[in-house]
Structure formats: C-alpha cells, structure tokens
Design a protein around this ligand. Structure first.
Ligand code: ASP
Ligand code: MG
Length: 404
C-alpha cells in the first residue's frame, strides 16, 4: 500500500467526460489498496476567462477580489470530481484551501504556502474517504482567499504530498512525461524515465513549461517524489527524483529554449568601478529581472555592456535606462527582442569536461552566431538570433546523442 497524491491539470478536467475519466483513474488507484488524495486545477480555459473578467472591469483590480474570483475555477472542479467519484461508489469529499487549511502569506495573486494542516485529511484517507482538494488556492493572514500564481496547482499538489507524507505525487497533464527536448521541434526526442530535481528546476526555469518552477523547488526541498504523466494514456511517466536514484546518468539530460528574452546593449559606458551598479541598480529598483550579462573588454576608457531581460519587461527597462542616462553616461542603447536562449542541462556536467565546447562547435558548424553566453554548474545557455531556434535545438540534440 502506498499513499499517493494525484494532481490533474486543466486539460485533464476540461469537460464532464474527462472528469469521469479522472474519477476512473482515481478509483483504479484506490482499488489497488492505495490511500489517495486528489488535487485538481480549474477546467481548461476557466482561469483565463476569470482573469479576463477582472481585467475588463478594471485593469487595476483589487488583488484580494481577483483571488476571490479566480479561485472559483478550482472550487467547481473539486466539487464535480467528488460527485463523479461518488457516482462510481467511491467515498469522496471536496476541500477548499481555507477548509484544510492551506495557509499562505498575504501576497494576493502570487502567494506562497506557509503551512498545511494534514491531520484531518490523513484521518479521512485512513477510513477510505478520498479528499478532493482545490489546487491553486489558500488562505492568507487576513483570513481571505489567496491564489498561488499561474500554474500554482502543481505547487499545491507537491505541498500537500509533503504535508501528508505521501510516497509519491503524480502530476497528470497533457504530455506523458519530460522529454529530452520539445517533441514539436525534434520528433525523435526521447521521454526520460527519470530526471533529477536540479535538472528539472533548470529546465523549468529556461522554458520547459510542464511544471511550475516553484513546485520543483518545493519538491527538491521536501524530497517529494514527483511523477509527470498523461491522464489520456497508460504510458509510464517521468520520475523527478534525487540524483542518487538516477543510475544511468546521461551527461546532458535535455535541451531547452525560450523566446521570452530580449537583448539590450549599453554602448560606450565609462570603464570604471561602480558602472555595473549604476546600470543594474535602477533596473532592479524597477523590478526588471536581468538574466545573462556580458561586459566587453574596455578600450579608450569605455566599454559595452550587453544583457537580457524578459521580453515583456523590455519597454520598462529602456525607459529606466533613459531616465538613468546622466548617472550612467553611455553613448547609446541598442535593443533586440528577436533573440532566443538555448540551454543544455545536465548534472553530468559537474564531472565531464567539454560540454560547453561541444555546444559552441555545433553551433559554429551551422553558422549560428552566439551573442551572449552564461553558465551554471549544470547548465550552459547561449543567446542566438530568434530565427535559429529550431536549427540550434535539432543540432544540439543530435550532438549530445539524445536522438531516439
Ligand atoms: N488554474 C490555475 C491556472 O490556470 C492554476 C493551475 O492550473 O495550476 O493557472
Ligand atoms: Mg499547469
């Protein structure tokens, strides 16, 4: 017997037939003698609709009321899923965040879970009742409903799995696992049987959008075994686990890409101490996240600074730099939104040399110019012109012998 949290995303509960399918899957786990708790998202499209309504009434909506509205999507699916389970003769009961309680901080719209009271749910599971928990929502210090940010029901599920000391957290979605790269670009991408938390975290943060990044951070911290799988097939999914559990470790686990960045170059800034602070201080004050950074070698007492920001932050970043022009003292600013970040990720890089040079050589052979490079212990990222995404991803996938 195992204790399992089963989480179903929006596409898995998109209509009544799919909710019936979810109930049948839950019943199958229960029939095998497992203790099960279920976490559900809103029906596909429901949250977008709710967000849209808030925005249409007032672009500067009150975040507390936004949470009151958008949390309803999950309330609907929790109730419907409980009914579908009862219909199959399974004892089930819905739970909203405040009823459990899932306590969060007070950052409405992007709250963080502080603690979850698990005892009542464990007691229910022990007598064979299935808790069906509304994902994405909690209750804040002001006793009002909070939500966890888009994609947050993944985090609800992992946090619940930790609180219930579950053996596994199964995240059912519309893809059947984590692939070595996006199968829409590389049709012979391979599904990974296992991936480490750290690799998953890097992949989630550089554009592989299967799991909310925060859910992976939490899984790593709480050592929750997560499985990503499809609710539409019976294929085994991908397990996200500790490094020790991955026996046959590839050097590179995957190749990811992101179109979400834009490049800024600040030309001819004085090459003196404090210049980086003069540029990045005002950006940080304006909550613009800077990702990759390169500073050229100085000549004639000046240098160029190139960096990337989120594409949606580009107008704000340019405005901030314009305002700070006096303090920085640059000659001109160039920006380019048509760039892509390509990353190779793998814990094997810690012990194997040559991963970065393979990347650079492969791109050079295809005539792809690298604009910016950044590295971490288990990741190498390069910025290239946007039109090269597909060519670069395919070439790297082959170069690291990831093709099926
Ligand atoms: N329904 C919420 C959203 O669409 C939460 C989730 O599905 O994870 O972002
Ligand atoms: Mg999701």
């Amino acid at each position: 017997m195992a204790r399992i949290v089963m989480k179903f995303g929006g596409t898995s509960v998109a209509d009544l037939d799919r909710i019936r399918n979810v109930a049948a899957r839950v019943k199958a786990e229960v029939d095998q003698g497992n203790e099960v708790a279920v976490v559900v998202s809103a029906m596909a499209g429901a949250t977008n609709q709710l967000v849209d309504w808030c925005q249409k009434l007032s672009p500067l909506f009150d975040a507390r009321e936004y949470d009151a509205v958008v949390a309803t999507g999950e309330q609907v699916t929790a109730g419907l899923t409980a009914i579908a389970l009862q219909n199959l003769g399974v004892d089930a009961r819905s739970w909203m965040g405040w009823q459990i309680a899932v306590e969060t901080d007070g950052q409405h719209g992007k709250a963080r879970i502080a603690s979850i009271e698990g005892e009542e749910l464990i007691a229910r599971m022990k007598i064979g009742q299935i808790p069906v928990v509304a994902g994405f929502q909690g209750i804040g210090p002001d006793n009002r409903i909070t939500t966890l940010g888009r994609g947050g029901s993944d985090t609800s599920a992992v946090a619940l799995a930790a609180a219930l000391q579950a053996d596994r957290c199964d995240i059912y979605t519309d893809v059947d696992g984590i692939y070595t790269t996006d199968p829409r670009i590389v049709p012979n991408a391979r599904k990974l049987a296992k991936i480490t938390y750290e690799e998953m975290l890097e992949l989630a943060s550089v554009g592989a959008k299967v799991l909310q990044t925060r859910s992976v951070e939490l899984a790593m911290k709480e050592r929750v075994r997560v499985q990503v799988l499809s609710s539409f097939t019976d294929a085994p999914g991908t397990l996200v686990v500790d490094e020790e559990e991955v026996v046959e470790q590839e050097i590179v686990a995957g190749v990811a890409y992101s179109r979400d960045e834009a490049k800024i170059t600040v030309r001819k800034v004085p090459d003196r101490p404090g210049i980086a602070a003069a540029i990045f201080g005002p950006l940080s004050d304006a909550h613009v996240n800077v990702d990759m950074i390169v500073q050229n070698l100085g000549a004639d007492g000046t240098t160029d600074m190139t960096f990337t920001v989120g594409k949606t932050d580009l107008p704000r970043a340019l405005q901030v730099l314009e305002t700070a022009r006096q303090g920085i003292g640059y000659a001109e600013i160039a920006s380019d939104p048509n760039v892509a970040k390509i990353s190779v990720v793998g814990v094997g890089m810690r012990s194997h040399a040559g991963v970065a040079s393979t990347m650079f050589r492969t791109l050079a052979e295809r005539g792809i110019n690298i604009q910016v490079i950044s590295t971490s212990e288990i990741k190498v990222s390069v910025l290239v012109a946007g039109e090269y995404i597909e060519l670069a991803v395919r070439a790297l996938h082959t170069a690291y012998e990831l093709d099926a």
